[in-house]
Design a protein around this ligand. Sequence first.
Ligand SMILES: NC(=O)c1ccc[n+]([C@@H]2O[C@H](COP(=O)([O-])OP(=O)(O)OC[C@H]3O[C@@H](n4cnc5c(N)ncnc54)[C@H](OP(=O)(O)O)[C@@H]3O)[C@@H](O)[C@H]2O)c1
Length: 252
Amino acid sequence: MLVTGAGRGIGRAIARGFAAEGAEVILVGRTREALDAVAAEIGSAADAVTCDVSSEHDVDALAKYVADRYGWLHVLVNCAALRMHHVGDPSAFRKPLADVTPREWDAIVGTNLRGPYLLCRALAGVLRAAGGASVINVSAGAATSAEGGRAPYAASKAGLEALTRTLAAEWRDVGIRVNTLVPDQRVLTEGHHVELRAPEERARYVVPEALVPPALYLATSGVTGQRVEALAWNEANGFGGWDRWEARPERG
Ligand SMILES: NC(=O)c1ccc[n+]([C@@H]2O[C@H](COP(=O)([O-])OP(=O)(O)OC[C@H]3O[C@@H](n4cnc5c(N)ncnc54)[C@H](OP(=O)(O)O)[C@@H]3O)[C@@H](O)[C@H]2O)c1
C-alpha cells in the first residue's frame, strides 16, 4: 500500500496501522527526514519515497518506481494536504478569500486535488495489476460545511469528493474501488498543536489512530463510491467512541 502525507499525523497513523496488519507500506511525502523516522518505527515493511504530489514530474517518477519495484499496488491512500497556515502566515488558519493570493490558492488546490488526480492517473496501471485495489481519499468536513476563511481548502476537498464519486463509477468495472474517508472530528496532529495554543481553542480532538479501523475497512471491503465518517463509523461498528479515541493534549 502507498500513503501520501505519511511523515506525520493521520498519514503516519494509517501507514503504521496497515503495517501492523502485515502490509508493505510505501511512505510518501516531501520531507526525507520525516519519512525515514516513520520508516524506522515500522521496520523492514516500510519503503520511503520523497515526492511532491502536486508535481507531475515527481508523481510520474514515483509511479515508475512502484511499477518497477513492485509491479502492483493494492491500496492508495491520498492523505497529503495543505491548509491555509501551510502556505501563508503560519499563524493564520483562516484568511478571507479576497486576501488569498493565486499562489496560495494554487498551492492548496495543487496538493489537495491535483495531487490525488495525478496519483490516480499515474498509478492506474499498478492498481489494475493488483487484481482488486482500493483508493482512499482523505477529505474533510470543510468539503460540505459553510465556514468562512478556508475557501481554497474547502473547494479542494469538495473537488476531491467529486473526484472520488466519478472515479468510483469509472473504475467500477476494472476492479478498483474509490472511497472518501472523512475525519468527522478534529484530529490532533503535529500541525494542530500550534492551533491549540490559541486561548480560545477548547475544541475536542481525537488521536490520528481513530482513522485506522475505517481505513482498513475501506481497503478490504467491497464498497465503492462511499463517504465514510471516521468516528461515526468506529462507534457504529464496535470500535469505540470518544472514550477510546479522544486526544488529551497539553493546553498551552
Ligand atoms: N487533522 C484534522 O483535524 C483533519 C480534519 C479534517 C481532515 N483532515 C485531513 O486529513 C489529512 C491528514 O491531515 P493531518 O492533520 O494529518 O495533516 P498534517 O499533520 O498537516 O500532515 C500533512 C502531511 O502531508 C504532507 N504533504 C503536504 N503537502 C505535500 C505535498 N505537496 N506532497 C507530498 N506530501 C505533502 C506533509 O509532509 P511534508 O510537508 O513533509 O510533505 C505531511 O506529512 C489531510 O488530507 C487533511 O485535510 C485532517
